[in-house]
Each structure stands twice: as structure tokens, then as C-alpha cells.
Write a protein that binds this ligand. Structure first.
Ligand code: PLP
Length: 469
């Protein structure tokens, strides 16, 4: 399988190189040159497979030529073997033909484990084969950091540095990062906000001389392997609900358009998906595009669903590429306009094309809390605020009552106690067994000034399993 850039000017890469790449050299994002397509019969024959075996069927075409089958199977068995639920991604019924897909049974209690547990293992496999080491520097406002650290903690060939804004992530989220020790794991609290952290990561990719030749790898959702891993659970859910003989609809709490883009790919690979609901919080740039063809940058609005607090949506460019007939020059032009004006819209026919599949809704904090309370009262299921946004949007945007509607439950409610308390739900939030002593564990973290050079010096001094590069 070869991968090409959404801006059409960077060299095509194989899976291994795309795994180790950040942005393409032309500023674009990598996508498969040809998407694999499965027949209905083929998909139907996967019914009843354990999650890791289904994962092998779905992802195999993406890695052929880079990872032998037997090795890939083993990696997938190891990856999904660490999940706390034997179904890995169990479905729960809320109402007639209405479901949530629980994606929070991984080590850090959010769906990001599906991709980052795999990414860590794939990186280590490929790097061992090449005899190379890499450095990861990532910025987090919460979920990504802990999932990336958990995913890489046992990697022999990866040193990971996660920057979070000092005193601005929740205690659960901070402790999920800082209580994991290892000489290749480095938590850095930056005396600044999330944007400052993200800016440092971007600047570090732009000029990597401080790494003395060691390669820098991206762990945010621009990394293709993350999207790839997320395609699998759409197949898994549909197969439980009568697919592929019957179509299924999904509602996806979205920020960077990564998770929902995976659903879009699942459909293009042959899975009958009749509708995808883009569910955002007040940070609604995607809703503004889907409802009115206006992808306009706004200021940041902090919300009770912080993992979707974004101003621009980094994977949206991958959809734009398809909407423009995979014309890289057209996408490059659009992104140039967006960069200079902060605004973008597409031709009518292209927007209408997108609307055939996607609906959208922006949901505020008040409605989020109301939904948490309502669903808890009616069903006993406690939703996290991101999932609540998905459920509310699913109910508002649903096109058919006879088609199963599945909302992706992206996080465990215990990660977001503030929203659950505001919802007035009288249920004590308990950490799952493997995290029960989280608040007693010692923490390790370095506080640094909001200063690029200071951060890069720290990486240089610790980037080789705690020793200098
Ligand atoms: C990251 C995250 C999201 C948003 O996912 P995208 O791929 O950016 O759309 C939603 N909910 C939770 C809990 C998350 O951690």
C-alpha cells in the first residue's frame, strides 16, 4: 500500500515511512492511494470474530508490504488483549434501536487507546527491524497524553515527551500521565496554556536540529496509523447489529475530525453506513461547515467536554481532498486561503455531496448536562460529557428510526467528574480496578518555563532513555 499527500506535492510513502512521518513535506496529510474495498459477502464472513481478528481483516491491506501477516496478527492480539472488557468495544442499548459503543475499556479510559496502544507497538516493531530510535514530542490537554504514554511505555526504541499546560489539566488526567514511570517517559508541565504547548511541538517539527539526527514522530491524529486503527470498531459495531445486510448510522463526538473520518473510510471500504452525525460542543467549526458551508476559524471556548475544544480541525483536510476528487492542487489552494483569511468554503456540489452522508449539531454545556441526567435516569448508563453530546446530536439528527443509531462513547465518565457533578447525577464515580489507587501513586513531572529553547534543551539532555542524545 502506498500513501499520498492531500496537497499532491510530497513523495508517496509506504506504510512504514508513513508511520514515522509527521506532516507530508508539502504541508499535507497522508492518505492511502487506493482504499481497499470489501464485498458484503466478505464482511458478513467476519461475523463473530474476536476483535483482534477482525482488526487483522480490516487493517491488513493497509500494512501489506511492510509487516508480515504473522507478525501483524501477534501485534494486534497483544494490543487488544490489554483491554479490560473481553468484547474490547461492547455495545450498550439505550433505547429502541439506539446504542452506545463503549470505547473506554482501554488502559486510559478513552477511545484514544485503540489507536495509541497499536501505534506504540507498531513503532517499536518497525524501529527494532531498522535498528533506529525515535523521539516523540506531543502536546496534550488531557486524553492524548496519557494514551500516548501508556502506548509507548514498554517501547524499547521510543523516548516520549508529553507537554501539558501546568495546572490546567484535571487531576485524573494529570495523574494518568505523571504516575507512569520509565526512563523513556518524560512529562513536562509548561508554564503556559495548551496552545503554547502545541506551538512548541510544531516549532520542533519545523527545525529538528536539537535532536542531533534522531527522528521526531507525531502521535496526534495527523498520524495515519491512528485513523487506520479507528476504522475497525465501525465494522465491529455494525456486525453486532445485523450489518452488513442492514445499514447502520453513527454519531461521533468530534474535535479534530479523526474518529469520524475513520467512519467515513469504513463506509468507503464497503460497510453500509447510512448516516454519520458530526457532534461538536460550542467549538463548532465542523458544524458550521456541515450546516452552512462555512469553515471559519473562531476563538476558543473552554467547555465541559475539553477533549473537543479546538479552533481548527486537523483531519478535515483529508475529507476536503476526497470532496475535490483527490486533487491535491485544489486542496493546497484552499488551505492557503484558509491560512491567510481563517475562512474556507467549497463549491455547492461538493458541499451537497458531503451532506448526503453527514449531518451535524453543536451542543452546549447546559444541554450536555441535561442529557447526562436524562440518560442516567432513564437507563442507569452514566455518560461522559463527550458521549452525551453524541447521544443528544444522534437524537436530534436521526434520519431513520428503523436504522440502528450508534453513538461512540469516547471516554469513561470518571475522567470528567465536573460535568457529571453539574448534571446532578447522584452516583459516586469510581475508578476501575486497575486505576483504583491512582490518587495515592507518586508522580513524576518536570515544570519548565514557556520557552522553546528550555524545552528543547531538556529533550536533548534526556532523549536517549533518560541520557543525552
Ligand atoms: C480526542 C477525543 C475526542 C475527539 O476526537 P477527534 O478524533 O479529535 O474527533 C472526543 N472525545 C474524547 C473523550 C476524546 O478524548
Amino acid at each position: 500500500m502506498r500513501y499520498i499527500s492531500t496537497r499532491g506535492q510530497a513523495p508517496a510513502l509506504n506504510f512504514e515511512d508513513v508511520l514515522l512521518a509527521g506532516l507530508a513535506t508539502d504541508g499535507g496529510l497522508y492518505v492511502p492511494e487506493n482504499l481497499p474495498r470489501f464485498t458484503v459477502e466478505e464482511i458478513a464472513s467476519w461475523s463473530g470474530l474476536p476483535y483482534h481478528e477482525l482488526a487483522f481483516k480490516v487493517m491488513r491491506p493497509f500494512v501489506t508490504g511492510s509487516i508480515p501477516d504473522a507478525d501483524f496478527k501477534q501485534i494486534l492480539e497483544d494490543t487488544y488483549g490489554v483491554f479490560a472488557h473481553s468484547a474490547v468495544a461492547p455495545l450498550r442499548q439505550l433505547n429502541g434501536n439506539e446504542w452506545v459503543l463503549e470505547l473506554f475499556h482501554g488502559p486510559t479510559l478513552a477511545f484514544k487507546d485503540f489507536a495509541l496502544q497499536l501505534l506504540g507497538r507498531l513503532l517499536d516493531y518497525v524501529l527494532a527491524k531498522r535498528g533506529e530510535r525515535v523521539v516523540i514530542i506531543g502536546a496534550t490537554s488531557g486524553d492524548t497524553g496519557s494514551a500516548a504514554i501508556e502506548g509507548c511505555r514498554r517501547c524499547d526504541n521510543v523516548d516520549i515527551f508529553i507537554l501539558h499546560p501546568h495546572n490546567r489539566v484535571s487531576e485524573v488526567q494529570r495523574r494518568q500521565m505523571t504516575t507512569i514511570f520509565g526512563d523513556n517517559i518524560h512529562n513536562i508541565a509548561i508554564e503556559g496554556n495548551f496552545d503554547d504547548c502545541q506551538e512548541m511541538v510544531k516549532d520542533s517539527f519545523a527545525d529538528q536540529s536539537f535532536l542531533k539526527g534522531t527522528r521526531l514522530v507525531a502521535v496526534n491524529s495527523i498520524n495515519w496509523a491512528r485513523i487506520m486503527a479507528q476504522i475497525v470498531y465501525y465494522f465491529h459495531a455494525a456486525l453486532q447489529l445485523g450489518g452488513p445486510a442492514r445499514s447502520v448510522a453513527f454519531s461521533v463526538p468530534t474535535g479534530n475530525f479523526g474518529d469520524i473520518f475513520a467512519g467515513y473510510l469504513a463506509r468507503n471500504m464497503g460497510l453500509p453506513i447510512s448516516q454519520l452525525v458530526v457532534a461538536t460542543n460550542r467549538n463548532d467549526i465542523l458544524h458550521r461547515f456541515m450546516s452552512g458551508n462555512r469553515y471559519d476559524k473562531d476563538t476558543l471556548h473552554p467547555s465541559l467536554s475539553p477533549s473537543m475544544d479546538i479552533m481548527v480541525s486537523s483531519n478535515f483536510e483529508r475529507l476536503l481532498f476526497d470532496l475535490h476528487g483527490r486533487n491535491g492542487a485544489a486542496v493546497a489552494e484552499l488551505m492557503k486561503t484558509f491560512k491567510s483569511s481563517g475562512k474556507l468554503s467549497v463549491e455547492d456540489e461538493r458541499w451537497t455531496e458531503a451532506r448526503k452522508l453527514f449531518d451535524s449539531l453543536a451542543v452546549g454545556d447546559e444541554q450536555t448536562c441535561k442529557t447526562i441526567a436524562e440518560v442516567f435516569t432513564a437507563t442507569g448508563e452514566l455518560l461522559d460529557p463527550h458521549t452525551a453530546i453524541g447521544v443528544y446530536a444522534a437524537r436530534e439528527c436521526r434520519r431513520s428510526l428503523s436504522t440502528p443509531m450508534v453513538t461512540l462513547a469516547t471516554a469513561h465518565p470518571v475522567k470528567f467528574p465536573e460535568a457529571v457533578e453539574k448534571a446532578g447525577v447522584g452516583k459516586a464515580l469510581e475508578l476501575p480496578a486497575h486505576l483504583a489507587d491512582l490518587f495515592e501513586r507518586p508522580e513524576r513531572c518536570t515544570v519548565l518555563a514557556n520557552d522553546l529553547k528550555a524545552m528543547q534543551t531538556f529533550v536533548g539532555e534526556h532523549g536517549n532513555r533518560g541520557k543525552p542524545l
